[in-house]
Design a protein around this ligand. Structure first.
Ligand code: XCC
Length: 638
C-alpha cells in the first residue's frame, strides 16, 4: 500500500524533481492523491556516504567491513583488503551484473531466433533477410546461393559461442578495428565467451582471490567487452533480423500519447518479443471489438523505457516516458494495464498500480513482483499472455473509477537511426574522398561525435542534465548519438526534429540542413549502444581518423545513470577506447590508486578512460576538451 503523504519528509518541489512538465504535473497530482513516488522515496532515503564511495565490503562474513572515505588507507578490512581492492571488487561486480543483464537478454533473443529458424516457434519470422545476410557476411559466413535458413543456422551456431565459448575470441571481434584489437590482445582483454568472463569475474572477486586492483580491472574490461561486443551486439543484430532494422520514423513521445477515450496499455522493460506480440494482440479483431463494446474508441498501445525505445524505433509505437516517469504515469488514472518484463522495473510500481486499480502484469519467468499478477509470456504461444493483458486492460477500462488527468504534451520527432541508416546517410566514400561524416569531421564542420546514454536517477533532476549537456555539445558542433532514457529526455525537450538544428553551432547546423537530419540521432535502447560501437568502427574503417577507436574525436556520457548496466556500458566504452564521463556520483574515492587508474592509467595503456562531473556544462566541456585533444593528435585541429 502507498503511504500517506504526511509520512514523507523532505519532499522537493515537483519542479526541482524533474525537467519534464508532464512528470511534474503527475507528482503534484500524486501528492494530492496521497501516493508515494520514487522522487519521494529518494528524498526520504539518504544515500549511505560510505557505500556511495564504495568504501565498504560485504564479500564475506568476517565483516561487513567499512573504511573511512576521508582517510581510506588508515585501515584495511578484516582479511587485509585495501581500499583499492575493495573498490575494484565492488566496481567489477557491478560490471558483471550489468553484463549479465545484457547478455542474458541477448541470449533470450538468440534462443528465439534458433527456434524460429528450426520451426519450433511459429509466431515470429525473419523479417529482415537483407540484414541476416549482412550480419552473416560480417562473420565470414558464406551467403551466396544459400537459403535464409541455411545462413541463419550457421549464424546461430557462431553467435551461440558469444556466450558459451570457453577459449578463443568472441565472433564480433571481427568487427573491431585492427588498432583496437591489437591493443586488446596486448592487454589480454579479448573476451572468450560471456558466461566464462562473468563466471571468472565473480570468482576473482570472491574473498581471497584477486587482490590487485589492476588485475581486477583487467577482468572487468574483458567482462564488459563480452557485453558490448557480445551480448548487447547479438541482441541488437538478432532483434533487427527478427523484427526489422529501424529507419527514421516520426513518433510522438511524452505522456500526452495516452488517450482518455481509449484502452491504454503500457509495455515497459527490455525484451522486444513481448512487445511485438502485444502489437498483434491489440490489433486482434475480437479484442478491438470488445474494447469498443466496453465504450472505448479502440486500444492504445504505448511503450516506456528501453523496449519502448526499440518499438518506437522499429515501428513508430508512441513512447510515454523514461525510467523516472513509470510510476508517475499511473497517476494519470488512464493506464488500463502496465505489462513489464525485465530490468528497470521498480518494485514501487506495484503500490502505485494498486492505488489506481491498474493491473500490473509481470510476464517474464525471471522477474516476478510481489503484489503484481504474473502471466507468463511464452514464445511458443505468445498470444495466450498478450491477449490476457488486453482483456485485463479492457476490464479495467470498463470499471474506471479514478479521476483522469492526462498531461497534454506530445513531442513529435524523428527516431530510428540504426547504424545501417547512419552509414547510409553519412557514410560511404564517394569520388575517392572520405565518407561525409569523416570528411565533415576532418574539415571541422563537425568537431566530434558524442554518445549520450543512460538512465534517469531521482538523485538528480530528471532529464535536466541530459538536455543541458546535449544542448552545450551541439552548440559546439558535436554531433550527438542517443540511446535509452537519454534519447527520450531529448525527444521530450524537442531536439529530435530537423528544425532543432538551430541549436547547433554553424558547422553542425550546415550538415544537418544539408542532410535534413536533427542534431541528435536516437539509436534505440541500451543494448543498442552496440550500434554506437559499430558506427565508431565504421568511422575508423572509412579512413582519415586513425586506426583505432581510441584515435577518434569521440566521447561518451551518462549524466543521470543509476543502474549496474550503465557501469558495464561505461566500462566497455572505456575498454573500446572511448573517454567516458558519468554524472550523479562515482563509486570511487578520489586520489586513491584505483580511482587514478580508472581516470588516468587506463588511457596510458592505449584504451579510453573514465571521468566524472555533476554539472552538465562542465561535463560537456570535458568532452569537448577530449575531442579537441584527439583532433590535435590527428592533425586536424585547424
Ligand atoms: Fe533502465 Fe533501459 Fe537506464 Fe533507462 S537507460 S533506466 S538501464 S531503461 Ni537503458
Amino acid at each position: 500500500m502507498a503511504k500517506s503523504k504526511k509520512e514523507v519528509k523532505n519532499q522537493l518541489d515537483p519542479k526541482d524533481c524533474t525537467a519534464c512538465d508532464s512528470t511534474s504535473q503527475m507528482i503534484t497530482k500524486a501528492r494530492k492523491d496521497g501516493v508515494i513516488l520514487h522522487f519521494d522515496r529518494a528524498a526520504d532515503m539518504k544515500a549511505c556516504p560510505i557505500g556511495a564511495d564504495s568504501a565498504c565490503c560485504k564479500n564475506c562474513f568476517m565483516g561487513p567491513c567499512r573504511l573511512n572515505p576521508r582517510d581510506p588507507y588508515k585501515k584495511a578490512g578484516v582479511c587485509g583488503a585495501t581500499i583499492d581492492t575493495i573498490m575494484a571488487r565492488n566496481f567489477a561486480r557491478a560490471v558483471a551484473a550489468g553484463a549479465a543483464s545484457h547478455t542474458d537478454h541477448g541470449m533470450a533473443m538468440l534462443e528465439l531466433f534458433r527456434d524460429v529458424v528450426n520451426g519450433k516457434v511459429l509466431d515470429y519470422e525473419i523479417k529482415d533477410e537483407f540484414k541476416l545476410e549482412r550480419v552473416a557476411k560480417s562473420l565470414d559466413i558464406e551467403t551466396e546461393g544459400r537459403t535464409p535458413k541455411e545462413i541463419a543456422t550457421d549464424l546461430y551456431k557462431q553467435l551461440e559461442s558469444t556466450y558459451t565459448q570457453v577459449d578463443g575470441e568472441i565472433p564480433f571481434t571481427k568487427r573491431v578495428p585492427q588498432g583496437t584489437l591489437d591493443t586488446w590482445r596486448k592487454l589480454g582483454i579479448v573476451p572468450r565467451g560471456a558466461m566464462r568472463e562473468i563466471m571468472e569475474m565473480m570468482h576473482r572477486t570472491h574473498m581471497g582471490v584477486d587482490q590487485h586492483y589492476k588485475n581486477i580491472t583487467k577482468q572487468a574490461s574483458r567482462t564488459a567487452l563480452s557485453d558490448g561486443w557480445g551480448g548487447s551486439m547479438v541482441s541488437t543484430e538478432i532483434s533487427d533480423i527478427l523484427f526489422g532494422t529501424p529507419s527514421p520514423i516520426n513518433v510522438g513521445v511524452n505522456m500526452g500519447v495516452l488517450k482518455e477515450d481509449m484502452v491504454n496499455i503500457i509495455i515497459h522493460g527490455h525484451e522486444p518479443n513481448l512487445f511485438e506480440s502485444m502489437l498483434v494482440s491489440v490489433n486482434e479483431k475480437t479484442l478491438v471489438e470488445s474494447a469498443v463494446a466496453a465504450g472505448a474508441k479502440g486500444i492504445n498501445l504505448v511503450g516506456m523505457c528501453c523496449s519502448g525505445a526499440e518499438m518506437m524505433s522499429r515501428h513508430g509505437v508512441p513512447h510515454a516516458g523514461n525510467f523516472s516517469s513509470t510510476e508517475a504515469i499511473m497517476v494519470t488514472g488512464a493506464v488500463d494495464a502496465m505489462a513489464v518484463d525485465i530490468q528497470c522495473i521498480k518494485q514501487g510500481l506495484a503500490a502505485v498500480a494498486q492505488c489506481y486499480d491498474t493491473p500490473l502484469i509481470t510476464t517474464n519467468t525471471r522477474a516476478h513482483i510481489e503484489g503484481a499478477t504474473h502471466v507468463e509470456f511464452e514464445e511458443h504461444n505468445p498470444s495466450a499472455c498478450t491477449d490476457e493483458i488486453v482483456i485485463k486492460a479492457i476490464t479495467r477500462f470498463k470499471n474506471r473509477r479514478h479521476e483522469i488527468e492526462i498531461p497534454k504534451a506530445v513531442n513529435d520527432g524523428v527516431q530510428g537511426f540504426s547504424h545501417e541508416y547512419i552509414e547510409y546517410m553519412l557514410g560511404g566514400a564517394f569520388r575517392g574522398g572520405y565518407a561525409p561524416l569523416n570528411e565533415n569531421i576532418i574539415n571541422g564542420r563537425i568537431r566530434g561525435v558524442a554518445g549520450v546514454v543512460g538512465c534517469t536517477n531521482p538523485r538528480v533532476k530528471q532529464d535536466d542534465s541530459h538536455v543541458k549537456l546535449v544542448k552545450e555539445l551541439i552548440k559546439n558542433d558535436v554531433l550527438v548519438l542517443l540511446t535509452g532514457c537519454a534519447q527520450i529526455a531529448l525527444a521530450k525537450a524537442g531536439f529530435s526534429v530537423p528544425e532543432a538544428a538551430h541549436y547547433a553551432g554553424p558547422g553542425l547546423q550546415e550538415v544537418c540542413e544539408t542532410v535534413g537530419m536533427p542534431p541528435v540521432l536516437g539509436l534505440g535502447s541500451c543494448v543498442d549502444n552496440s550500434r554506437i560501437l559499430i558506427a565508431a568502427s565504421a568511422m575508423v574503417a572509412q579512413g582519415g581518423l586513425g586506426n583505432s577507436i581510441a584515435d577518434l574525436p569521440v566521447a561518451g556520457a551518462a549524466p543521470e545513470y543509476m543502474s549496474e548496466k550503465a557501469i558495464a556500458i561505461g566500462q566497455y566504452f572505456v575498454a573500446s577506447g572511448v573517454y567516458t564521463v558519468f554524472g550523479v556520483t562515482f563509486p570511487t574515492i578520489e586520489d586513491t590508486k584505483f580511482h587514478n587508474y580508472l581516470f588516468d592509467g587506463l588511457e596510458s595503456e592505449g584504451i579510453g578512460k573514465w571521468d566524472h562531473a555533476i554539472d552538465p556544462i562542465e561535463m560537456a566541456h570535458k568532452m569537448i576538451a577530449h575531442i579537441d585533444k584527439k583532433r590535435k593528435e590527428l592533425g586536424i585541429d585547424k
